[in-house]
Design a protein around this ligand. Structure first.
Ligand SMILES: Nc1ncnc2c1ncn2[C@@H]1O[C@H](COP(=O)(O)OP(=O)(O)OP(=O)(O)O)[C@@H](O)[C@H]1O
Ligand SMILES: [Mg+2]
Length: 380
């Protein structure tokens, strides 16, 4: 069994994220090149350094794809797979890119983008992150761990890297947990079944654990399904904290159903504000194998989000960076509210939305998230 590696986690340095946000592409790539270093391939170096370099290289490839520079991305992918043959994600992406660029078919050398403006024309909609601002790292993780195994099952099977059974999104409100779960289902073209705490009464009437089984069985039909439990702490509350002792039988049934449900074509996604409120047993591997923190949008994400929300509204040219630089406690939901408010005011005077309207709206709508919430809600 090869020692399979997947994508390394890359913490984007602040200086780099500013370059990207300002669209200074050449400088951003140069910055990354420094991190990657010209001696990237020298083995025997400290393993942490190698990991960091690999992560930087993968990040560079992702940027090149995003900027439609496919041939360069492919060249770097070839290098990565050469250096690190066990990087299954890079292998899969390389194959996919080769196919999209028709590298194996020189007669049909027309370029079908793998990811144009985060759109994938090649295979009907995959990688279509349109309408999803920011979340750069999250998109990469989902592409790497979920979307790519789905699109390139042969390579993943060969390496015996399974699809995750379940993913748990956690973090402060309004930052995109529900939004991204729905988006993922669209991208994968999975069925999507959403359960909210308001459905709880009908499922968890004591002594009717059978209903939980029914839900999973129904999901595990012909088509692959994402079973999404919003506010999952209501369904499987932490028994350690004594919150969920009324539901013991139901929680147990839930755990049984979750075991290896991916093999039955069901991927479970749960969302919660507090990871500690969810029963510890579901967090074990084989149930929720992945736990992903979704936090407040960074500056780059805020700019992207505001531009998205401003789209198609009458507006003056606005320089967003200075307005948004100190808004790091605003969630996506808050930003959307601010833009709606600014537009409403502008409409009243039949004027385009200007910087002044936006600033006034920011004055009227304060951030819904506090530093303390972030501290509490980011706890693993
Ligand atoms: N990446 C994004 N790009 C653009 N808009 C986004 C993004 N993420 C979230 N939004 C917007 O913010 C709104 C709130 O997001 P969502 O409902 O997913 O938050 P949540 O994390 O599930 O919050 P809660 O914890 O309250 O359930 C969404 O309806 C969507 O319009
Ligand atoms: Mg939600």
């Amino acid at each position: 069994m090869p020692n399979v590696t997947t994508q390394q986690h890359f913490r984007v340095p602040h200086a780099l994220s500013l370059l990207i946000a300002h669209n200074k592409r050449a400088q951003a790539l140069k910055f990354l090149d420094k991190l990657i270093g010209s001696d990237y391939g020298i083995f025997g170096a400290d393993s942490q350094i190698l990991n960091d370099r690999q992560a930087a290289l993968q990040f560079k490839i992702d940027l090149l794809l995003e900027w439609n520079r496919y041939s360069e991305a492919l060249a770097w992918l070839c290098l990565e797979t050469e250096i690190n043959p066990n990087n299954v994600y890079a292998q899969a992406l390389k194959e996919r890119l080769k196919r999209s660029l028709h590298i194996d078919d020189l007669h049909r050398r027309q370029f079908e983008p793998v990811r144009s403006g985060r759109k994938c024309a090649a295979d009907g909609g995959a990688f279509n992150w349109e309408g999803v601002a920011g979340m750069r790292e999250l998109k990469l993780t989902l592409e790497n761990d979920i979307i790519m195994p789905f699109l390139e099952p042969d390579i993943y099977n060969k390496y015996r890297v399974p699809l995750p059974n379940g993913i748990l999104f956690y973090g402060p409100p309004g930052c995109g947990k529900t939004f991204i779960a729905r988006k993922l289902a669209t991208i994968l073209n999975y069925n999507f079944i959403e359960l909210k705490p308001s459905d709880l009464a009908s499922i968890y009437v004591h002594g009717t654990q059978g209903k939980i089984g029914d839900i999973f069985r129904e999901a595990g039909g012909e088509q692959q399904t994402i079973l999404f439990f919003d506010e999952i702490d209501a369904f499987i509350p932490s028994r350690e904290q004594g919150i969920g002792h009324h539901y013991s039988a139901e929680v147990n049934e839930f755990l049984v159903q979750m075991n290896e449900c991916a093999k039955r074509g069901v991927m479970v996604i749960g969302a919660t504000n507090y990871l500690s409120h969810v029963d510890g047993a579901v967090k074990r591997p084989g149930r929720f194998d992945k736990k992903i923190y979704i936090g407040t949008p960074d500056l780059e994400a805020r700019v992207e989000a505001i531009k998205l929300y401003m789209k198609d509204r009458p507006q003056e040219k606005i320089e967003y960076f200075s307005i948004l630089s100190d808004k790091d406690l605003y969630s996506y939901a808050d930003l959307e509210l601010v833009v709606n408010e600014a537009a409403r005011k502008a409409l009243r005077y039949r004027e385009p939305v200007t910087r002044e309207y936006l600033e006034a709206a920011f004055g009227a709508i304060s951030a819904s998230i506090t530093k303390q919430m972030i501290t509490e809600m980011s706890k693993e």
